[in-house]
Design a protein around this ligand. Structure first.
Ligand SMILES: CSCC[C@@H](NC(=O)CCC(=O)O)C(=O)O
Ligand SMILES: [Mg+2]
Length: 368
């Protein structure tokens, strides 16, 4: 393929309800899409983070600069554009995995469309639908939390994930357990909100039979997570701390994580996400597909990844209606607690032009 044009489309879509985590409250998905035009086909992707660097160090405005000034010049200089050639071409740029993932995914979408191959087939999917978990934010009260969990279970979600932070952890988890029973697949996500000094307090969560506790401590501190894991019976799952297959292998070797949240954007794209899956699978470590409140543009490829054999736990691959009254793509609708894996060429979806126009704030060329 030959790179002809790259457009950046800034979009802002209101969330149906505010989403509160230990690092802040989101009320809209405010990010950008990339549209890559080649001589053979075009492809789409979605940048996974937000306007502020609160979940990780990357953010919308910074990613646009990194793409325009550093990543695209290297990719445009390739004699032949293939997805496999991108990561090596961009490797000289340190970090910025989410920006790299956005570019790689749009090129991968175009390349697979030119072959008429679905991402699911390309990655090695073994299922045509995947079970959907749901991530529930921090609430103003336990009764409000219980109402939300009840509604999501009624919609069919097969696993509940509760955001926690100091002051909102043991009590809400106990209330959900008492109300919905021990059989409910239940996990928590701290988004780095605790320290090792909280270990004794976090041990109280061991009483509730949780599937896992996600990223309890500061990002990138594998040693601290390994020390914490020695004191908990609940499996530690890492998210913010894992950036590629190599550090995933280190984390597993150090017993710093017994479950892996695989987010393609966080590890630089779907090719590396598959490597993370392979490393964890080879060590008998279960993985599940994390989420970044993606629109259908980012949700579709995540569903293809979630259909790989090592994805044995339900992911944060919720229906479009979890966050959006109207999705940029045809909505993903929950059926019997599952979402369908897209079967069309590439990521299998495209933004609907009329809806995209309505939520577009700005659209311009990043290349040439
Ligand atoms: C704004 S929070 C985004 C990161 C968070 N994601 C979720 O909780 C799931 C979001 C989703 O359902 O897509 C995580 O740390 O796992
Ligand atoms: Mg997380």
């Amino acid at each position: 393929m030959k790179l002809e044009r790259v457009e950046i489309v800034h979009v802002a879509i209101p969330l149906v309800t505010p989403f509160r985590t230990s690092f802040g409250t989101m009320t809209a998905k405010d990010t950008f899409l990339l549209r890559v035009v080649t001589d053979r086909a075009e492809g789409w992707s979605e940048f996974a983070a937000d306007p502020e660097p609160l979940y990780c160090s990357e953010f919308v405005a910074g990613a646009e600069i990194v793409l325009r000034d550093f990543l695209l010049p290297r990719v445009a200089a390739l004699p032949r554009l293939t997805t496999a050639a991108l990561a090596p071409a961009m490797a000289g740029i340190k970090g910025h995995e989410l920006a790299k993932a956005a570019l790689e995914t749009a090129v991968l979408d175009a390349e697979l469309r030119s072959y008429g191959m679905s991402l699911a087939a390309y990655l090695g999917a073994v299922r045509d639908r995947v079970p959907a978990g749901v991530s529930v934010g921090i609430k103003d009260s336990v009764p409000q939390l219980l109402d939300d969990v009840e509604r999501y279970l009624a919609e069919g979600y097969v696993r509940i994930k509760l955001k926690i932070e100091p002051g909102w952890d043991v009590e809400p988890v106990r209330a959900v357990r008492e109300r919905f029973g021990d059989g409910l697949p239940l996990q928590v996500d701290a988004n780095t909100a605790y320290t090792l000094a909280d270990a004794e307090h976090l041990r109280r969560l061991d009483a509730f039979g949780l599937l896992l506790i996600e990223e309890p401590l500061e990002e990138n501190n594998l040693h601290a997570h390994a020390l914490l894991q020695q004191r908990l019976t609940t499996p530690v799952c890492l998210d913010e701390s894992l950036h590629h297959a190599r550090d995933t292998a280190s984390a597993i070797a150090m017993d710093a994580c017994r479950v892996v949240n695989v987010k393609p954007a966080r590890v630089g794209g779907y090719l590396e996400a598959r490597r993370v899956h392979d490393v964890a699978h080879a060590h008998g470590v279960p993985v599940w597909c994390g989420g970044m409140l993606e629109t259908g543009v980012g949700r579709a490829p995540n569903l293809a990844l979630a259909a790989l054999p090592g994805f044995t736990l339900p992911g944060d691959t919720s229906a479009s209606s979890r966050y959006f009254a109207e999705d940029l793509t045809e909505p993903f609708v929950l059926r019997d607690g599952h979402l369908p894996v897209p079967t069309g060429p590439g990521i299998g979806v495209e933004p609907r032009p009329d809806v995209l126009r309505r939520f577009t704030r700005e659209r311009r060329d990043l290349y040439p």
